[in-house]
Design a protein around this ligand. Structure first.
Ligand code: 475
Length: 792
């Protein structure tokens, strides 16, 4: 390892050890690790080709991979070796780890799920390729100025990405616009614009290096770098027009999480990476097969939400226009290849494109969608339409073109059947299935929480890392006082680590003995961060009114970004920061209650916050959070959940036991009923003096001195609309928080409950999720007998 690092430093970076920066050392370490990754990766690819094994193609606009050094080293079993080699070279492994940019090529849950799935596919030895976009700028960096979010461009590629291999030879033409002619019994698309898609491959190595897959991200290149004729004429803009389109396509990740954008550039991004991926997988298929009609035997294509739903029409287009299949035959074949995962029921997140815009960018695809529509209507008269009121509805398109459609938690899947796709579900009653989300135990316990992970391995061996159900063995330890004390010592260690970081980065002192109560996720009204901050104000009021009541000290920790155009979400951020300013500086309560909101929440920050949490806030309006995956990470790391019956909370509660979960709030059914009552919010708030008082304080400017009207709109909206039903759940939430206080006071009982959470979370491994997809949707397995043996 030492030699490898030095060799990369010298010959890869052209540096000698005495003149190397942290960046140089990190690159050299990464390349030394990448060499080892390649030694697992190439044989995996060879095996897949040799066996003509079926591959999974996971198409996703987002891969929220975060940093890779630690994870890669851990999966290769090389962490200690790397640490020791660096120490001999006078370098600190952890410093290099912290130097790596956090690759934020995603917004939130959907993107992070894709990254966890890649880890599980490799660990399970299932041949797979993740396909996405190599954004030049990932999710914006968040800062707070006077408590308000400002966005700055993210620049992860300003340094070289250590893990990727650029593949200039793997290049496809992607075309847009123009018109279609029909002659010789065929369609001829004469596009107006063309860009090249170029592949960049990052190896994804499973646990213990047992298998290697590829994350292939596409970047756009101009077809014509430069139009010399235009340049010589002095028309410099025209000279670089083709370059401009190429650069814009991969320039930025759309920063919207479950909100709609409807921009032409977004449609182009979607088509760009989908079309490149479909061309690529067909080319690969034809290396080992000669009959395109059997594509489904070798390729399972999964659509991560509707963003790549154009894959259906694109595949049909290539099958018909290039490979000469009949339309009906092509549609059936495409459907056998495709699966579609739905991640949200929120109407504003459902993709719809105006037909005129869609047809302008993808004229041939619009024709094909009309054919798909006609075929569907011919077979199922009265079927819901893809083309509706002048829009192309991507959800309906994805549903009709997929052989399986899945929800991401049991409750979500039921709601998909009953609400979003109820008519399509009646027509295709076996198409919708559930695959409850999961998380990779490698990143989200083994690597991010060495204290707990070491304790667990000491007690039950390390088999749990690739077989998380083994954590069940810890149930036997919930009565073992010595083990519980070690378990709480690990938590305490992580809380100290976080407290030190908060002190260093924010200059704020927090007490590691206090309860760390954490809500980290995108800021959205349905996730109800505002309910959390209202409850915080109510608690503060009570603390001041009854200073001698023996309050349980709390640190309320928030993290998350708001979509730049989502006004209310930004207002919630502002309110949290305003409330923090007042409460954190109140001498009467500052040792009892602190609010911490570090800016720029990302994967790396999650890796530090989650192991340090005592209480996990999963408080969405029932029926709105499709699954949640943060909820799983917290419970796995020994936090108790305070939560509603929403998404995967329902299943988490079943697995850890109702007595180890702080449940509150209305059910999805009750919410739907309550909303029908006009004025429900006003009537409810009038009956809650506690909530009334809090709203009064906010409206009077108690937290915005000098700008009393700042939150009038916000407060008015709660009284008059409250679509997300904060009012209906508020008092129950407050009381449940006090039950959590009470429970936290009994440290031994709390420790046993926390350990029961960890012990019960084995089922939520993304390995289990992927096995479900492999069995129910993809019909694939490990390509290699040895891997099969190891993973069962
Ligand atoms: C759900 N993102 C979580 C998670 O299944 C769930 C939408 C439009 C454009 C860009 N990003 C999005 C999502 O819809 C999303 O992240 N959904 C989330 O998917 C994984 O656990 O409940 O909200």
């Amino acid at each position: 390892m030492k030699d490898a690092i030095l060799a990369h430093l010298r010959y890869g970076l052209g540096k000698d050890a005495s003149h190397s920066s942290v960046y140089d050392w990190r690159m050299a370490l990464s390349h030394a690790l990448r060499d080892r990754a390649v030694d697992h990766w190439i044989p995996s690819t060879q095996t897949t080709y040799a066996r003509k094994a079926k591959r999974v193609y996971y198409l996703s606009m987002e891969f929220l991979i975060g940093r890779l050094v630690e994870d890669m080293a851990a999966n290769l079993g090389a962490t200690e070796e790397a640490r020791a080699a660096l120490a001999e070279l006078g370098q600190d492994f952890d410093t290099l780890v912290r130097d790596e940019p956090d690759a934020a090529l995603g917004n939130g849950g959907l993107g992070r799920l894709a990254a966890c799935f890649m880890d599980s596919l490799a660990t399970l030895g299932i041949p797979a390729m993740g396909y996405g976009i190599r954004y030049e700028h990932g999710l914006f960096e968040q800062d707070f100025v006077d408590g308000q979010q400002i966005e700055k461009p993210e620049t992860w590629l300003s340094q070289k990405h250590a893990w990727e291999f650029e593949r200039p030879e793997v290049q496809y033409s992607i075309t847009f616009g123009g018109h279609v002619e029909h002659h010789d019994g065929r369609a001829h698309w004469h596009p107006h614009e063309t860009v090249f898609a170029t592949a960049h491959d990052t190896p994804v190595i499973g646990w213990q290096g047992r298998w290697g897959n590829t994350l292939r991200l596409w970047s756009a290149q101009p077809v014509k770098i430069f139009d010399l004729a235009s340049f010589n004429r002095g028309d410099y803009l025209a000279a670089s027009r083709s370059e401009a389109l190429a650069r814009t396509i991969c320039r930025v990740l759309y920063p919207d999480d479950t909100t709609e954008t409807g921009k032409e550039l977004r449609l182009k991004q979607e088509y760009f990476f989908t079309a490149a991926s479909i061309q690529d997988l067909i080319r690969r298929f034809l290396v080992t097969h000669d009959d395109i009609r059997r594509l489904d035997e070798a390729a399972a294509i999964q659509l991560n939400d509707t963003h790549p739903a154009i894959a259906g029409p694109e595949l049909v287009r290539l099958l018909v226009d290039v490979h000469g299949l009949g339309m009906g035959e092509a549609i059936d074949l495409a459907r056998r290849c495709l699966g579609y995962t739905n991640h949200t029921l929120l109407p504003e997140a459902l993709e719809r494109w105006p037909e005129w815009l869609f047809g302008r960018v993808l004229p041939r695809h619009l024709e094909i969608i009309r054919e798909i529509e006609a075929t569907q209507q011919a077979e199922f008269a009265g079927s819901p339409r893809i083309l509706d009121h002048g829009n192309v509805q991507m959800g309906e398109l994805a549903f009709i073109m997929a052989h399986k459609v899945n929800g991401v938690s049991a409750l979500h899947t039921d709601l998909v059947k009953q609400t979003l796709f109820s008519d399509l579900h009646r027509i295709h009653p076996t198409r919708i299935i559930n695959q409850t989300n999961g998380i990779t135990p490698r990143r989200w316990l083994h690597t991010c929480n060495p204290a707990l992970s070491g304790l667990i391995t000491g007690a039950i061996g390390d088999g749990w890392v690739a077989d998380l159900e083994q954590l069940k063995a810890l149930k036997g330890k919930t009565g073992d006082a010595a083990f519980l004390s070690d378990f709480m010592a690990a938590k305490r260690h992580n809380k100290e680590r976080l407290s030190n970081w908060v002190q260093q980065t924010l200059g704020q002192s927090i007490d590691p003995d206090a309860m760390f109560d954490v809500q980290i996720k995108r800021i959205h009204e349905y996730k109800r961060q505002h309910m959390n901050i209202l409850e915080t104000i109510a608690l503060w009021n009570e603390m001041k009114a009854n200073p001698g009541a023996g309050w349980q000290p709390r640190v309320k920790i928030f993290g998350g970004k708001a979509a730049p155009g989502y006004h209310v979400a930004k207002e919630i951020i502002h309110l949290i920061n305003d409330v923090a300013t007042v409460i954190n500086n109140d001498p009467a309560t500052k040792d009892l209650l602190q609010i911490v909101y570090p800016p720029n929440y990302n994967v790396t920050m999650a890796e530090m916050l989650i192991p340090a949490a005592d209480l996990s806030e999963q408080i969405s309006t029932a029926g709105k959070e499709a699954s949640g995956t943060g909820n799983m990470k917290f419970a796995l790391n020994g936090a108790l959940t305070i939560g509603t019956l929403d998404g995967a909370n329902v299943e988490i509660r079943e697995h850890v036991g109702a007595e180890n979960f702080f449940l509150f709030g209305l059910t999805a059914q009750e919410i739907m009923e309550a909303r029908k009552q006009p004025g429900f919010a006003r009537a409810t708030i009038e009956k809650s003096p506690r909530m009334q008082r809090v709203l009064q304080q906010i409206a009077e400017g108690r937290f915005s001195p000098g700008d009393a009207s700042r939150y009038h709109g916000f407060v008015g909206n709660l009284w008059d609309h409250d679509y997300f039903c904060v009012s209906l759940d508020f008092d129950n939430y407050y009381d449940t928080q006090r039950r959590a206080d009470e429970a936290f006071g009994h440290r031994d009982a709390w420790a046993a409950m926390a350990l029961t959470n960890t012990a019960g979370m084995g089922w939520f491994s993304s390995d289990r999720t992927i096995q479900g997809y492999a069995r129910d949707i993809w019909d694939v397995g490990p390509a290699d007998a040895k891997t099969l043996e190891k993973t069962g």
